[in-house]
Design a protein around this ligand. Sequence first.
Ligand code: C6P
Length: 416
Amino acid sequence: MNLASYASHQHEFPAARWRADFPLLQRSVRGMPLAYLDNAATTQKPQPVIDSEARYYTEINANIHRGVHWLSEQATLAHEAARERVRAFINARETCEIIFTRGTTEAINLVAQSYGRAKLGPGDEVLISGLEHHSNIVPWQMVCQQTGAVLKVAPIDDTGTVRMDEFRRLLGPRTRLVAVSHVSNALGTINPLAEMIALARAQGVPVLVDGAQAVAHTPVDVQAMDCDFYAFSGHKLYAPTGIGVLYGKRTLLDAMPPWLGGGDMIRTVSFEGSTWNDLPYKFEAGTPNIAGAIALGAAIEYLGRVGLQAVAAYEQELLTYGSEALAAVPGLRMIGTAAHKAGILSFVIDGLHAHDIGTVLDTDGIAIRAGHHCAMPVMEFFGVAATARASLAFYNTREDLDRLVQALRKAVEMFA
Ligand code: C6P
């Protein structure tokens, strides 16, 4: 079934049934049933993920790749099985192209400090877009400072869409890397990755995609996308915090120097010098988040049962419903109205500070995020200090959005 026909059958998506798998969503907050609408910050965890992490510690906890004993063997097998699950999830060609990190932030820093530091020189350019999260700005600023390279930014327009005329113009002979997000966390904009990657590819420029806000909401196929690097965090994908992924094409990863040094990333060590382990271990120094990786595998398995195609269609339907309902709240202005958007509703209300909106909603058991969302340049572009942001997951329902809108109307009556 394609997305359009799913959308017309949205009532078939059993959100309430899936919601029952999430223990935290059953609790009340401030005496009210919880409406959790802060999924872009982090998602809640289903019971199979919680069980998976607990099972690791109760049954097979041991360090991996080191021990010869049974527990270590079991832990290593489970950890590497999770890596294979990640590979299949994003359709990478090889399992060794999956590097476990602490999250998106660490994955991008790895590329900046390994690939970037080795490849960039004075006058070279890194091209990003005007809607990036700080995690896809600051690592590039740091490596530019270290190498003399220059950061270029393709601006956005008033809807929060990247201006492709500017992107094309800025993709020049000195561009050495393009780094763009798949989905903006502050605006919900879905970037036109196919076009961006084709343009970069035509100039032989590699592309890193920040997939933090995409992987839990739409199927990702890194081979079809033909990106060179793809970064994401487990905790936004119904898995624990402290685990994430960097996908990289093998040819690039093979040629890159290690970033962090220590145990597991070496083949030999002497006081005269060291040699490096094979992929992916070359980039995984020290004892990793073993339980987190295994639980990430469980989250991917769980999401496979829910079905990401159906999730994408259902969340689009919720987004349309929520956007229309919010538009009718007096004095509300949506920030981010791109034609292609994911389930993020960022807004301001005349006369109300975003943080006050967040506090008022909290008293009704409604969790949203208020602030700059680690995207200060986006706030500056729209001339606001902060926005209130409701962000969706497949366990949200129309009722969650009705409660949000009702509480906002109440806040407007009280304060505006
Ligand atoms: N955005 C939000 O509330 P980490 O912290 O490493 O898991 O993810 C960083 C990150 C990178 N890119 C994008 C597009 C993101 O949205 C995030 C995290 C959260 O929007 C926390 S600031």
